[in-house]
Design a protein around this ligand. Structure first.
Ligand SMILES: NC(=O)c1ccc[n+]([C@@H]2O[C@H](COP(=O)([O-])OP(=O)(O)OC[C@H]3O[C@@H](n4cnc5c(N)ncnc54)[C@H](OP(=O)(O)O)[C@@H]3O)[C@@H](O)[C@H]2O)c1
Length: 292
């Protein structure tokens, strides 16, 4: 299979990429540090900075000129300690995790092979019912997420604002997978909740001390089935990308419930078909994209 991945230079994404390469798949990896892509994978490593839509477009152009894509794995993501703004003027977590991936997906839709898989990495934090330590989403309005100063529901504390930007971006990822399934039933679209995976780079914006403490302490406070590892979540992400068992997804949400991977219902808002369609339209409008 020709598998295109983001977020393969660190964390469980790198573990998944190593497994896919070892299984003989042909990998194209978009990375802001292409030199960090393991040479042993014999992957095609291309520059991709999700903070910069021009970089997204160049990556999409390079892929469009190459072979059809059998699986598109949109796994890159970041979490900031406070709200930040990109050069384009959008809130950074939403811009990187959702808008840039949405732009890439939109550009690549015509280059996906028949039956291709589209996988977006979401998170259990998207669901208020999960009661994670991360402030849950209050809505999925793209305009308010891109421009938080317009959002009348914005939390008071800087940390809650950043946490909510993260959980909302992951909600948007999950809703996007569901909307791909509705718009393109010929594809196999799904989202992935890796569980809590300590010792990745995700919390690096909080500093080394806090992110080390989080990796040590959070697993002690969580239900055992919500704790995962780089190896387990890497294995499941690789299986979603290439195992024939997952070839017929219709917007499914797959969650690591250690030691299993289970298909469960996402949050109430993520299940709202009209909200998923509106989010898609609003992302297209925000990015100035023609309707797919
Ligand atoms: N860890 C968890 O508990 C957990 C739980 C739920 C969901 N997730 C999600 O899982 C995914 C992987 O996270 P992880 O925990 O493995 O974290 P990680 O080790 O920090 O990996 C994140 C990946 O995203 C890439 N990335 C970040 N910003 C980027 C940008 N602007 N342009 C291009 N690439 C960028 C990173 O590239 P660099 O190597 O260059 O930094 C890295 O490859 C994320 O989507 C995250 O939201 C994680």
């Amino acid at each position: 299979m020709h598998i295109v991945m983001t977020g393969a230079t660190s964390g469980f994404g790198a573990n998944a990429a190593a497994r896919l390469a070892a299984a003989g798949h042909r990998l194209t990896i978009g990375a802001r540090r292409p030199e960090a892509v393991d040479a042993a994978w014999e992957a095609r490593a291309l520059p991709l900075d999700l903070d910069d839509f021009a970089s997204v477009d160049l990556f999409a152009d390079a892929l469009a000129a190459g072979p059809a894509i059998d699986a598109l794995v949109l796994n890159a993501g970041l979490q900031t300690a406070t709200l930040e703004t990109t050069a384009a003027g959008h809130e950074r977590t939403f811009a990187v995790n959702q808008l840039a991936h949405f732009r890439l997906l939109h550009r690549l839709l015509p280059h996906l092979a028949p039956g291709a898989r589209v996988i977006l990495t979401g998170s259990g934090t998207h669901d208020p019912a999960e009661k994670t330590p991360v402030t849950p989403p209050a809505h999925a309005r793209a305009e308010w997420l891109a421009f938080p100063d317009r959002d009348p529901t914005l939390p008071k504390s800087a940390r809650s604002r950043a946490f909510r930007a993260y959980s909302s971006s992951k909600l948007a990822n999950i809703m996007t997978a569901r909307e791909v399934a509705r718009r393109r039933p010929d594809l196999s679209a799904m989202s992935f909740d890796p569980g809590y995976v300590p010792w990745t780079g995700l919390a690096r914006a909080s500093g080394t001390i806090l992110s080390t403490l989080a990796s040590l302490i959070l697993p002690l406070l969580m239900k055992s089935d919500r704790k995962s590892s780089v190896e387990l979540s890497g294995q499941y992400l690789a299986e979603l990308a290439a195992d024939p068992a997952y070839a017929a997804a219709q917007g499914d949400y797959w969650s690591v419930r250690t030691p299993a991977l289970v298909r469960i219902a996402p949050s109430e808002l993520a299940r709202d078909d009209a909200a998923c369609a509106t989010l898609w339209d609003d992302c297209e409008a925000l990015l100035g994209l023609a309707k797919a």
